[in-house]
Structure formats: structure tokens, C-alpha cells
Ligand binder design. Structure first.
Ligand SMILES: Nc1ncnc2c1ncn2[C@@H]1O[C@H](COP(=O)(O)OP(=O)(O)OP(=O)(O)O)[C@@H](O)[C@H]1O
Ligand SMILES: [Mg+2]
Length: 238
């Protein structure tokens, strides 16, 4: 068994408006171990993105506990949470979410500049290494609008991995890409996983889900299936 990275226990997430209360997550219990590669699937509206926002500390839970690397993050202040998120979580979105006014290398460097533990020389090195990993070094000075969708997603992945987070969270990372670009992003995920990166991805695409080692299916805010499809962690037989 690997080291437990994330632990959700009895987690509910309720969205309340004046007229409506939506229980988007309902008694969710699950752990993610170091080196795992998970795919989360389920019908539209079942709570996948809500679960990712909770895992990524972009949103707080309504009930239960959430522990990352032994730290109960449900008790952190908003500032502490932001700092912890920046160090522990790499987030990849369907719509890339790059900052259009910043160059490729500035986009990747930005989250690192908030880290007190990194010097300028560390940041430069990390940006260069991340760009090399995603094969985008030749576009370091470009701006997002000058890149294809597939290239923008590669830059977003570089931004997510440059800080060496505990986990990479990807919500429909290939949802805006054609099939050729989608499969090259999935090949990059395979490579990152074999480098030891822990990945949790939401996908509608059964072929993408099949690449993961563990598959989780959600229905109406609950996990209804959690199965180990390949008994592999970090590409070595567990
Ligand atoms: N900020 C919010 N305020 C109110 N309700 C919300 C909010 N975010 C999500 N919900 C509701 O929570 C439920 C789960 O939404 P969520 O976005 O997690 O679904 P999903 O599984 O990601 O769907 P999709 O596959 O379409 O992306 C839905 O009923 C949605 O309307
Ligand atoms: Mg969603």
C-alpha cells in the first residue's frame, strides 16, 4: 500500500440559493494514495466538478473532513488554504484558463512567485523543466492566443506540474480538444504517471477513463463504483 495523500470522510457539499438547496456531494468517503491514476466518470450534474473543486480546495465542504498529507484542510483559514493549495495541488481545466496578458513562461512562473520557499533561480529552472516536459520550450515567449488549443493545454499542464504538487487534478482536460490533441494529452498523462505523479481526472470519454488504474463512477452526488482496473501504482505491479 502506498502513502495516503488525500482522505475524504463523510463529505457533503450543499449549494444553497434563496429558493433551492442542492446536495451536490452526499456522504462521500474515499482516499487517494500516492502514485495512483484515477478517472472519475458519471452523468452530467452528478457532482464530478464539485468533487474536483473540493479536492482542489477551490471550494469548502459543508460537512465531514478533508485531510491532505495529514493536514485537516477543512479547518484552515482562506489565506492558509490558498497557500496550501498552491503548494499541494496542480489544477488543469477544460478551458485551459491561461492568463492572456502573460507569456507562456510568465503563466507557468506566476503560481511559483507566491511561494516563499523558491528563489528566482529555482523558478527559472522549474519553468524551463516543465516546458521541456510538455515539449513547449520553443513557445516560451508566445502568448496564449498565439497557440493552438492542444498547445495551450500543454502549457496549462506545465503550469500545474512546475510546483511539484502532491496531486494533479484535471477536470475534462481533453473536453475542448480534437481527438488527435486529446490522445497526445492522454499520452502525456501516462508519462507523468510513470514519472510518479498522482493524477485524478474527470472524463466523459471511456477511452480516456480506460487509461487510468482506478475508476470511480458517481451518481447523484455519491460514489457508486470504485474499482481498481489495473493493479498498478507508478507503473510497477503493486
Ligand atoms: N455554484 C453552484 N451553485 C449552485 N449549484 C451548483 C453550483 N455548482 C454546482 N451546482 C449543482 O451541483 C450539482 C453538481 O454539479 P457539478 O458541476 O459538480 O456536476 P458535473 O458532474 O461536473 O457535471 P458536468 O458533467 O455537466 O460537468 C448540479 O446539480 C449543479 O447544478
Ligand atoms: Mg463538470
Amino acid at each position: 500500500m502506498g502513502k495516503t495523500l488525500l482522505e475524504l470522510s463523510s463529505v457533503d457539499k450543499v449549494f444553497s440559493t434563496d429558493t433551492l438547496e442542492t446536495r451536490a456531494l452526499c456522504d462521500v468517503n474515499f482516499n487517494i494514495e500516492e502514485g495512483e491514476y484515477l478517472a472519475i466518470t458519471g452523468a452530467s450534474g452528478c457532482g464530478k466538478s464539485t468533487l474536483m473543486s473540493v479536492l482542489g480546495m477551490l471550494d469548502v465542504i459543508s460537512k465531514g473532513t478533508y485531510v491532505i498529507n495529514g493536514q485537516d484542510v477543512s479547518i484552515l483559514s482562506a489565506n492558509e488554504r490558498a497557500r496550501y493549495r498552491n503548494r499541494e495541488i496542480g489544477f488543469i481545466f477544460q478551458s485551459f484558463n491561461l492568463i492572456s496578458e502573460l507569456s507562456v513562461e510568465e503563466n507557468i512562473a506566476l503560481p511559483l512567485t507566491y511561494r516563499k520557499d523558491l528563489k528566482d533561480t529555482d523558478i527559472k529552472r522549474r519553468v524551463a523543466e516543465a516546458l521541456e516536459k510538455v515539449e513547449m520550450s520553443h513557445r516560451a515567449q508566445h502568448f496564449p492566443s498565439q497557440l493552438s488549443g492542444g498547445q495551450q493545454q500543454r502549457v496549462a499542464i506545465a503550469r500545474a506540474i512546475a510546483g511539484s504538487p502532491s496531486i494533479l487534478l484535471a477536470d475534462e482536460p481533453t473536453g475542448n480538444l480534437d481527438s488527435k490533441n486529446a490522445s497526445s494529452i492522454m499520452a502525456l498523462f501516462d508519462e507523468l504517471h510513470s514519472d510518479g505523479v498522482t493524477i485524478c481526472m474527470v472524463t466523459h470519454d471511456p477511452a480516456s477513463a480506460a487509461r487510468a488504474c482506478r475508476q470511480i463512477e458517481m451518481l447523484d452526488g455519491k460514489i457508486v463504483r470504485d474499482s481498481l482496473v489495473k493493479n498498478v501504482v507508478n507503473n510497477s505491479v503493486a
